[in-house]
Ligand binder design. Structure first.
Ligand SMILES: *[C@@H]1O[C@H](CO)[C@@H](O)[C@H](O)[C@H]1NC(C)=O
Ligand SMILES: *[C@@H]1O[C@H](CO)[C@@H](O)[C@H](O)[C@H]1NC(C)=O
Ligand SMILES: *[C@@H]1O[C@H](CO)[C@@H](O)[C@H](O)[C@H]1NC(C)=O
Ligand SMILES: *[C@@H]1O[C@H](CO)[C@@H](O)[C@H](O)[C@H]1NC(C)=O
Ligand SMILES: *[C@@H]1O[C@H](CO)[C@@H](O)[C@H](O)[C@H]1NC(C)=O
Ligand SMILES: *[C@@H]1O[C@H](CO)[C@@H](O)[C@H](O)[C@H]1NC(C)=O
Ligand SMILES: *[C@@H]1O[C@H](CO)[C@@H](O)[C@H](O)[C@H]1NC(C)=O
Ligand SMILES: *[C@@H]1O[C@H](CO)[C@@H](O)[C@H](O)[C@H]1NC(C)=O
Ligand SMILES: *[C@@H]1O[C@H](CO)[C@@H](O)[C@H](O)[C@H]1NC(C)=O
Ligand SMILES: *[C@@H]1O[C@H](CO)[C@@H](O)[C@H](O)[C@H]1NC(C)=O
Ligand SMILES: *[C@@H]1O[C@H](CO)[C@@H](O)[C@H](O)[C@H]1NC(C)=O
Ligand SMILES: *[C@@H]1O[C@H](CO)[C@@H](O)[C@H](O)[C@H]1NC(C)=O
Length: 574
């Protein structure tokens, strides 16, 4: 029996040695096979290639060391639709530097045994369905045994991990540069010791349930490039804001996202002393108050500034126009007032401008038309007055939406609106606009939604509307529009039509959108009639008159033909 065992072993060795001139370390091979045995599904066939026909160092996703032949240093099995559990046997791959199992469907826990992997530099288990705690052995405690001091990147984002981060988090991670834990269910406080990971470049704890405050000493992480903490339950009242002043010391910081937390109190003036390297700044959906300091104009590398849904008040400082790299500005849902500064027009790279839901007064600055890359403009729900500047429509880039609704804008809808060839949604509802719907409107060839309701528009529905093939939703309710509803409206692709509370008259078409009574609102037009029965409009009297009219014509024709025949007969006789 023993002889047979030895024979088997010799067979095993001889199989690998001559064919590949590679040696073997059974420990590593068995660790890989044990890993394979817990993968229940490998639909792309990746793991079926892990068989005797190739040395394990040549298996897909396996990389071995040059200096230590036959020792596995990297396992890269990302995005292969693997399901199953992560085997604790991986802990026996003691030369492993990189373990990438990201973007699969792995379930179960992260095996605590992985804490043995003292050479591990990159652990990426992001985008799986892993649950449970981050094992305390990964630090994230008895580090006389466990030692992950080589770890550079720890990515566990996009799982269902819960539990706390260990309070001595960084004692085990002296080399950690990237801590990527967003989108899990982690809770408890952010450990103060996190500021002991002196090599740290990126911290992303967003979309978890972290509580407590941001450590005051965060600024000791001098090399920090990114701090993402959005969508947690982090609070800041009074002295808790010290962390913000300390962030000034992170002179390389490029991204700071603190949005959707419980940050109370005044927006610190030190916002303007943050690193001029800053590219993204987000402080939104938090009960902060105070003003936007003029010095914010110093952050000239900013590409995105998101300060929305807060209690910030006062004016937008003119200096905002100095942020000439800005591509996105979200200041909506605040208590900002005063005039919209014309210097905004200097932001020639801006893609979106959200100033909706504030208390801005004055008129819309013409200079906004200088923002030739703008694709979304929302100024709705303010107190803006005056005319809509004509050259606002000289923005061919405006491809998503223009929303000027719920203001006090007056005058007519400028015919130049037809220059918005790429826009999909236009909302001018609830202003004081008068005059007719401009016939040039069909220039907006890609328009899907047009809301002109709640104004003082008059005249009839322009024929040019029939050219607007993509229009799905038309709301012209609550105006003083008149005339009949043209048949062509029934030939359009409309899914919603609101013509209520106008002075329309005559017969309602029966085709297209008019077939569906719930898609059309005709209330408040006492002279409308006909339509499909579900519309419950009175029958058209006009119908009978038409019939009478027709029969009269028939009689006249018969008389004429009769007369001609009589004439001919008479001529024939004479
Ligand atoms: C194989 O790996 C084990 C565990 O790391 C180690 O103890 C052993 O010395 C290695 N054997 C060879 C032949 O490298
Ligand atoms: C073994 O792996 C090779 C590629 O390494 C593959 O071509 C072969 O189909 C695999 N055999 C089985 C039985 O899966
Ligand atoms: C890990 O795998 C993912 C998906 O295949 C890939 O995008 C990523 O670059 C890999 N990263 C590392 C460091 O292994
Ligand atoms: C590591 O390998 C040894 C020897 O093959 C085995 O006894 C042990 O169970 C393995 N460890 C794990 C965590 O699988
Ligand atoms: C980890 O994996 C995710 C998903 O595949 C990938 O997007 C990310 O770049 C990886 N991170 C690192 C540090 O390798
Ligand atoms: C941890 O690993 C480093 C080098 O990787 C070594 O210098 C140190 O002694 C180890 N510590 C423990 C407690 O094993
Ligand atoms: C940071 O590390 C030092 C020693 O490495 C330790 O004395 C100190 O308590 C740690 N600080 C925190 C906040 O954990
Ligand atoms: C920031 O830097 C200043 C000057 O170097 C220093 O006095 C202060 O203690 C630092 N703050 C933090 C939190 O590192
Ligand atoms: C912040 O910047 C202002 C000038 O904009 C300067 O007066 C002030 O001293 C700075 N504060 C700190 C803490 O650097
Ligand atoms: C910024 O805008 C203002 C007002 O529109 C204008 O007077 C000024 O020349 C602009 N500055 C630059 C640098 O473009
Ligand atoms: C503009 O802002 C208002 C108020 O915040 C919002 O309700 C509306 O949906 C936005 N318009 C568009 C087109 O997104
Ligand atoms: C528009 O409103 C402004 C100020 O509210 C007023 O001065 C102006 O006469 C109005 N213009 C028109 C055309 O109604």
């Amino acid at each position: 029996m023993r002889g047979l065992h030895i024979l088997l072993l010799i067979c095993l060795f001889s199989f690998y040695l001559p064919s590949h001139s590679l040696g073997t370390n059974e420990t590593d091979m068995f660790a890989l096979l044990s890993f394979k045995s817990l993968i229940s599904n490998s639909p792309l066939g990746t793991l079926s290639s892990w068989n005797d026909s190739l040395h394990y160092c040549l298996w897909q996703g396996v990389r071995c060391s040059n200096r230590h032949p036959n020792r596995v240093t990297a396992l890269s099995l990302g995005s292969l639709s693997l399901s199953g559990h992560i085997s604790p046997s991986l802990a026996n791959l003691t030369f492993l530097k990189s373990l990438n199992l990201s973007d699969n469907q792995l379930t179960g826990n992260i095996p605590a045994e992985l804490g043995h992997l003292s050479r591990l530099q990159n652990l990426n288990l992001s985008e799986n369905n892993l649950a449970g705690n981050i094992p305390s052995t990964l630090g994230q405690i008895p580090h006389s045994i466990y030692n992950l001091s080589s770890m550079v990147s720890l990515s566990l984002s996009g799982n269902q991990l819960d539990g706390n981060l260990p309070s001595k988090f960084c004692d085990a991670f002296q080399s950690l540069q990237n801590l990527i834990l967003y989108t899990n269910q982690l809770n408890g406080p952010i450990p103060i010791s996190i500021t002991n990971c002196s090599a740290m470049l990126q911290i992303d704890l967003s979309k978890n349930n972290f509580i407590g405050t941001i450590p005051d000493s965060i600024g000791t992480l001098r090399n920090l490039l990114m701090l993402g903490i959005f969508s947690n339950q982090i609070k800041a009242i009074g002295d808790d804001w010290k962390f913000f002043d300390s962030l000034i010391n992170c002179t390389f910081l490029q991204l700071l996202d603190l949005g959707d937390n419980q940050l109370h109190g005044m927006l610190p003036r030190s916002i303007a002393n943050l690193s001029t390297s800053l590219i993204y700044l987000g402080i939104y959906k938090s009960p902060i108050s105070g003003n936007i300091p003029a010095e914010v104009g110093k952050l000239t590398n900013l590409a995105t500034l998101q300060v929305y849904q807060t209690f910030i008040e006062g004016n937008i400082p003119e200096e905002i126009g100095n942020l000439w790299n800005l591509e996105g500005l979200g200041l909506d849902g605040n208590m900002l007032s005063g005039e919209i500064p014309s210097t905004l027009g200097n932001l020639s790279k801006l893609n979106f401008l959200h100033l909706d839901n504030n208390a801005f007064t004055g008129s819309i600055p013409e200079e906004l038309s200088n923002m030739q890359l703008l694709n979304t403009l929302n100024l709705s729900h303010n107190k803006l007055i005056g005319l809509i500047p004509k050259n606002l429509f000289n923005l061919p880039s405006l491809s998503i939406s223009l929303d000027l609704s719920n203001n006090y804008l007056n005058g007519s809808v400028p015919p130049e609106i037809g220059q918005l060839k790429n826009v999909q949604k236009v909302y001018l509802s609830n202003n004081k606009l008068s005059g007719q719907i401009p016939s040039t409107i069909d220039g907006c060839q890609l328009l899907q939604i047009l809301h002109l309701d709640g104004n003082q528009l008059n005249g009839s529905i322009p024929f040019s509307l029939s050219n607007m093939r993509g229009l799905q939703d038309l709301d012209i309710s609550n105006n003083s529009l008149s005339g009949t509803i043209p048949e062509f409206v029934g030939q359009m692709k409309l899914q919603n039509l609101n013509i209520s509370f106008n002075n329309f008259k005559g017969e309602l078409p029966k085709d297209g959108v008019f077939r569906n009574s719930s898609a059309v609102d005709t209330r408040g037009n006492s002279k409308l009639c006909g339509g499909v029965p579900e519309m419950h409009l009175p029958k058209c009297v006009l119908d009978k008159q038409k019939k009478k009219h027709n029969s009269k014509i028939v009689i006249v024709i018969i008389c004429c033909i009769g007369g001609i025949i009589c004439l001919c007969i008479e001529k024939g006789i004479t």
